[in-house]
Design a protein around this ligand. Structure first.
Ligand SMILES: Cc1cc2nc3c(=O)[nH]c(=O)nc-3n(C[C@H](O)[C@H](O)[C@H](O)COP(=O)(O)O)c2cc1C
Length: 332
């Protein structure tokens, strides 16, 4: 069957985006080096890690770094999290100074530190706060607002249809659902049937509001299946992109040609690790930090690679680029 129509441009309000394969926000991962690679390998839109509106309002240095775009990110979404309109209002001018292509609101983060403040997935229980945020952004800028949420707080309280309607009625121009409840965290299997129900509702009741799907997109074939089974307009790759920033090009290739070129050959993985390491060294204030932060990415790149456990151990101790090259050469 020809699946090439499943890859297509996306319009979010007045913003036209070449394709429908996006990188999801991933706290602790989607920094400038990683986004640079994802963009280079076909991500049609990349998003910052979630940033707190309180941090923006206070001009926090770390928050400012998180909102800075990479050189190759012509389009760039900034995701905010908050439990109140007040801090968004106070930080709004600063947020606009970063000129995001899209402002995304996090309504899905299950991390206790965030949820106990009433932000992230706690907004699934206070949809009126989400609506006030969307409404404020929509009234005060032309920049499109998107909302990323879960199916509900728990299986007894799956309110995603009402939540999506309220978001769109308040002015959201696109939505993304991670097809799990807050209490499900990242397990078990995502409920793609909810994505299908959501997409049908949005496509029937609204015009021009793209729906993105998230949850268990680990390889290109998962993307193909999600597009076919749920009718979502686009995909947000998350854990599947960690250790495989080529997942966007690979998925596009699968959709356009039917050929599955996943997983990347080991030589390509090695090149990517070194490229990300170099970008990390340029981006971080000191190289030691870059080497420490690369560890989790290396584990992801080498997951499932035959004979890689010794190499991973060597990389955990690597102190310079030569240590990396020596360790990685054991895989070729
Ligand atoms: C380490 C990690 C960090 C995440 N950070 C964010 C975040 O900052 N904002 C957000 O909306 N979702 C965040 N998520 C959720 C992902 O964007 C995505 O919705 C979720 O992982 C489901 O997709 P997957 O099963 O394909 O990984 C995070 C997930 C992980 C694993």
């Amino acid at each position: 069957m020809n699946n090439s129509k499943l890859y297509h441009p996306i319009k979010i309000k007045d913003v036209l985006i070449d394709g429908n394969l996006f990188l999801a926000p991933l706290a602790g991962y989607t920094d400038i080096p990683f986004r640079t690679l994802c963009k280079k390998h076909g991500a049609n839109l990349t998003t910052s890690e979630m940033v707190s509106t309180e941090g923006i309002a206070r001009g926090n240095r770390k928050t400012t770094e998180l909102m800075t775009r990479a050189e190759n990110e012509k389009l760039f979404a900034i995701q905010i999290f908050t439990n109140n309109l007040d801090s968004l209002e106070r930080g709004f001018e600063t947020l606009l100074n970063f000129n995001p292509t899209i402002i995304d609101i996090n309504c899905g983060c299950p991390v206790p530190k965030v949820v106990k403040t009433g932000a992230g997935s706690a907004l699934m229980r206070t949809p009126e706060i989400m609506a006030s945020l969307v409404n404020f952004i929509n009234k005060n800028t032309e920049i499109p607002v998107s909302v990323k949420f879960r199916t509900g707080w728990d299986v007894e309280n799956e309110n995603y249809l009402d939540f999506a309607k309220l978001a769109i009625d308040s002015g959201a121009s696109s939505i993304c659902m991670h097809a799990r409840t807050k209490t499900q965290g990242y397990m078990p299997t995502a409920h793609w049937d909810r994505l299908e129900t959501l997409t049908n509702m949005v496509h029937t009741q609204y015009k021009d509001v793209p729906v993105f799907g998230s949850g268990d997109l680990f390889e290109p074939n998962d993307g193909l299946r999600m597009l076919k089974e749920t009718n979502v307009d686009g995909l947000m790759f998350a854990r599947g992109a960690i250790g495989n920033p080529c997942i966007f090009d690979q998925t596009k290739h699968l959709l356009l040609t039917g050929e599955d070129i996943y997983p990347s050959p080991i030589n390509q993985k090695i090149e990517l690790i070194l490229e990300q390491l170099d970008l990390m060294c340029l981006n971080r204030s000191n190289e030691e930090l870059a080497f420490t932060e690369m560890r989790k990415h290396c584990c992801a790149y080498l997951k499932g690679v035959h004979g890689a456990s010794h190499v991973k151990q060597l990389l955990m101790k690597a102190k310079n680029r030569n240590d990396y090259i020596e360790a990685l050469s054991l895989l070729t």
